[in-house]
Design a protein. Structure first.
Length: 432
């Protein structure tokens, strides 16, 4: 089976790595890919994965490529092409594609849509309001005492959420998004949620339009610096499972969210085939959904896939074909930890083109995988090419061993200005 993966980050490297292990995959392309992806070989025949220089948002070129190469399945990593309707375009042209269509992708592309959906269908979420008028938004924020999350409706590279702790801050946040238009048209409407306290976890469920199969838990670290300080980023590190829910509690939380979600989708004619990724706060009043994403998390994928024992190709096929019901997801009992190494300055401005050393030494370690995110090949060297550069991942029996192994691999790798958090998964370490 010939497949095309769309995207160029750590998530896509993890998807490519896992799909390359499939017994069904005979040829694979990635558009546009990165230096790590271009080094992957297929288990079936030893062929290299080929990176093709087409941007993830260039839908017409991606379609032409898939048609010309007779691709059997296109797998979409990032949110942007989904929001632009890549699934609809491919389906209209008879090309099989994995990822939600444009209507279903609204769970991520519109926070106003998601918030209305959650309230209408009884999915536990924060107290909230949605607004097209800044004065109404400010009045609601004041009614919450200014302790709120002010969210631009549309996609904003993960930066469209401002957390505020008093009325002045909340008013400035509304002005920044709605009047100053700091996220452009994504901020024409806002969602304002009460500020929730608790432990935040990532859930994922693979869906086929009727069935949703819940993954184990993972936890991301969104802030740039140790101790959850500094600016919000795309995610600085993850681990799975997160020990804050027992298996029984996870099943219960999954049901509280997914059962009304599936009923709501059926009622509203939403055919969601892909990954639903709810960000959830475990509060003292129960779990509350903060937001939905309509794709795999990055860097959650990097810790999930080393634990997945199924052939990923079979799962994605079943998701596309509406045949997930009879399938059992199998996960290893190991814990995995991913530490993101980022460019100095990220999430602000940063330099590119810094040579990376130590990749071969890290790759030689057992139960370790260095997923590339922002890298490119320059002659014989691999150099930095983005904010998040590498997702250094290790898996082992128990969190302390997995964490130690991930940081040992990090220590082998060097590039000018490299920054990473030293406390990934520290919250979950057993108390001494
Ligand atoms: P979102 O993109 O909606 O997940 O928001 C980005 C981050 O802001 C989340 O990962 C949370 O850490 C934080 N956040 C969002 N909504 C809330 C909320 N209602 N209360 C507290 N923190 C929140
Ligand atoms: N883990 C953060 C994200 O994928 O949005």
């Amino acid at each position: 089976m010939k497949i095309l993966v769309i995207g160029s980050g750590g998530r896509e490297h993890a998807l490519v790595w896992k799909l390359a292990q499939s017994a069904h995959v005979t040829q694979m392309w990635c558009a546009p890919g990165n230096a790590g992806i271009a080094d992957e070989r297929l288990a079936k025949n030893g062929a290299l994965v080929e990176c093709v220089n087409i941007a993830a948002e260039d839908l017409p070129k991606l379609l032409t490529f898939a048609q010309e190469k007779k691709v059997a399945l296109t797998v979409v990593g990032p949110d942007n092409p989904l929001a632009l309707g890549i699934a609809d375009l491919f389906q209209k042209n008879g090309q099989r594609i994995w990822g939600p269509n444009q209507k279903a992708a609204q769970f991520e592309s519109s926070k106003v849509f998601s918030q209305h959906f959650m309230e209408k269908h009884g999915i536990p979420t924060a107290r909230s309001g949605t607004f097209a008028n800044p004065n109404d938004a400010k009045r609601f924020a004041a009614s919450l005492g200014g302790r709120c999350a002010v969210k631009a409706d549309g996609l904003a590279l993960g930066k469209g959420v401002l957390l505020t702790s008093n009325v002045g801050e909340a008013e400035r946040a509304v002005d920044e998004i709605m009047v100053g238009k700091s996220f452009g048209s994504a901020g024409a409407q806002v969602v304002i949620q009460e500020l929730l306290e608790g432990m935040e976890i990532s859930l994922h469920a693979l869906c086929d339009g009727r069935t949703a199969k819940l993954f184990p838990t993972a936890q991301d670290h969104k802030r740039a610096l140790d101790g959850d300080q500094g600016l919000n980023t795309g995610g600085m590190g993850t681990y799975s499972p997160a020990p804050f829910l027992s298996d029984a509690e996870l099943e219960k939380v999954g049901k509280q969210i997914l059962e009304p979600w599936l009923r709501g989708c059926a009622e509203e004619g939403i055919d969601f085939r892909g990954i639903l990724y709810p960000g959830v706060m475990l509060t003292k009043n129960g779990p509350k959904v903060l937001e939905f994403n309509a794709r795999f998390g990055d860097p959650e994928t990097q810790v999930y896939l080393p634990r997945l024992e199924n052939d990923l190709m079979e799962l994605l096929d079943a998701s596309v074909d509406g045949k997930l019901e009879g399938i059992c997801l199998r996960w290893s009992a190991l814990t995995s930890v991913c530490v993101v190494m980022a460019s100095g300055g990220y999430p602000g401005s940063y330099a590119k083109g810094k040579p990376i050393t130590g990749l071969a030494e890290a790759a030689a370690l057992p139960q370790t995988k260095v997923f590339h995110a922002g890298t490119v090949r320059a002659g014989d060297a691999v150099v930095t090419n983005g904010g998040r550069v590498l997702g250094v991942t290790a898996w082992a029996s128990g969190l302390p061993a997995a964490r130690k192994a991930a940081y040992e691999a990090v220590e082998k790798i060097r590039f000018d200005g490299a920054q990473y958090r030293r406390d990934i998964a520290a919250k979950a370490l057993p108390k001494a």
